[in-house]
Ligand binder design. Sequence first.
Ligand SMILES: Cc1cc2nc3c(=O)[nH]c(=O)nc-3n(C[C@H](O)[C@H](O)[C@H](O)COP(=O)(O)OP(=O)(O)OC[C@H]3O[C@@H](n4cnc5c(N)ncnc54)[C@H](O)[C@@H]3O)c2cc1C
Length: 456
Amino acid sequence: MSPALEAVKAALTLFEFTVDDAARATYGHDESDMGDFLPDLIVFPRDTAQVKAVIDVCRQQGVPLTPVAGRSGKSGGSLPVQGGVSMSLERLNRVLAFNPADLTITVEPGVLLKDLQATVEAKGLFYPPDPNSAEWCTLGGNVAENAGGPRALKYGVTRDYVLGLEWVTPAGEVLKVGKQTMKGVAGYDLVGLFVGSEGTLGVATAITLKLLPLPRAVMTALLPFASVTDAAAAVSQVLLEGLLPRCLELLDDVAIAAIADRFPFPAGCGACIIAEVDGGSTEGVFAELTRLSEVASRCGALDTLLAQDRDQREKLWAARRLVSPSLRAVKKFKFSEDIVVPRSRVPEAIARFKQVGRELDLTVATYGHAGDGNLHTNVLYAGPHERPRVDQALARIMEITVELGGTITGEHGVGIAKKRFLSLELSPAVMNCQRNLKVFFDPQVLFNPGKIFPER
Ligand SMILES: Cc1cc2nc3c(=O)[nH]c(=O)nc-3n(C[C@H](O)[C@H](O)[C@H](O)COP(=O)(O)OP(=O)(O)OC[C@H]3O[C@@H](n4cnc5c(N)ncnc54)[C@H](O)[C@@H]3O)c2cc1C
């Protein structure tokens, strides 16, 4: 351990920390497939004062510091690429204030999303953002990545629900930004800046969220199609005809094949849409789903299989959540992208990504939140010998995305996974402005270094 790290360790004696090898291996890995980057030390603060103290000592000693939470991230944001200290926020996991009458809740960042959802739903309230990792991702990670999910189509993403933040900057200042009210425009929108800053501009230590009333009725249906082209066209048409379901998830042939042994897809199903509609009454929701079914049928849907109860709905969503892990059984390795294209370009995007796969002899799966144009295009591969072709495929997918007017990441963040593609999307002037913002908050560039921006 370097003298600087020894000094950090000595300063943290009153804190819970570990230098255990197994723990370092665990905290050096996330869901991005970007490799392992072991921290030298992991510290587990329990409150804002401890977070600030860790930040201060690391800055004073010149030691890199990286926030980490559920480690479900898919862009490598929590990986300490330059070693140093990983600061796990998992023990800041209390609900600080729950005000059902104001439709707000304030939580610490280590609260798991599934626990937050259960807490508010028990009071008839609703927190819509629903990344498919809800079982293990945290609100802090969601804020850092501006997480979305299937319901973003109707309800938007994390940023749309964050009213206020307690935020510790890399300089060790504890800021309270934003508001506790539904509206408020005093000063610059620092909440807007910090949400989605990928753990590079400081740490959220308290998060105030806006809630909604829980919809009284929800219905979910599986719509099988013969081809992914028909299914993708149906997604656009449904929205064009004035319907706004809360989810329109699409699974292509590769995704369906990956989970076919665990979910009974009907014969002839080469792609499908999972549609979910919510509202104030069962009759209204059923009427909307019926209209959706008619539109889809005109676009080639083979059937509309309506989940009959909560249990069947859950089985459908469980199948959807199985896609990502099951693709690893098809090929051991994969890169999971989260590009977004304008909705009308979804069919073209999917066709061109498949073409890239054929040309490079790689399996490309596409599934995800097609309703808002956000596609999880996965490039599957068997081992390192295929990496050069995989890298080529990823580059082509990003180029096609930007050419179609899209963005290289809709919810996973740039992290280390996509920084080599950032210049496809951001002009040099915008990139420079953003680098300047980073240096304004973190002049020593010690706070979660090596993320977002490509090396100069
Ligand atoms: C199976 C699966 C499905 C997924 N589905 C979705 C999906 O539908 N939608 C979606 O958006 N994402 C999805 N994800 C990606 C991932 O779950 C999200 O990015 C999530 O927000 C990460 O949260 P986490 O707690 O795991 O954070 P981590 O992975 O631990 O960290 C993510 C980033 O947050 C930073 N960070 C963590 N805590 C704080 C804090 N308190 N303050 C500041 N920065 C912090 C870290 O430094 C890092 O940069 C999925 C991932 C998996 C594995």
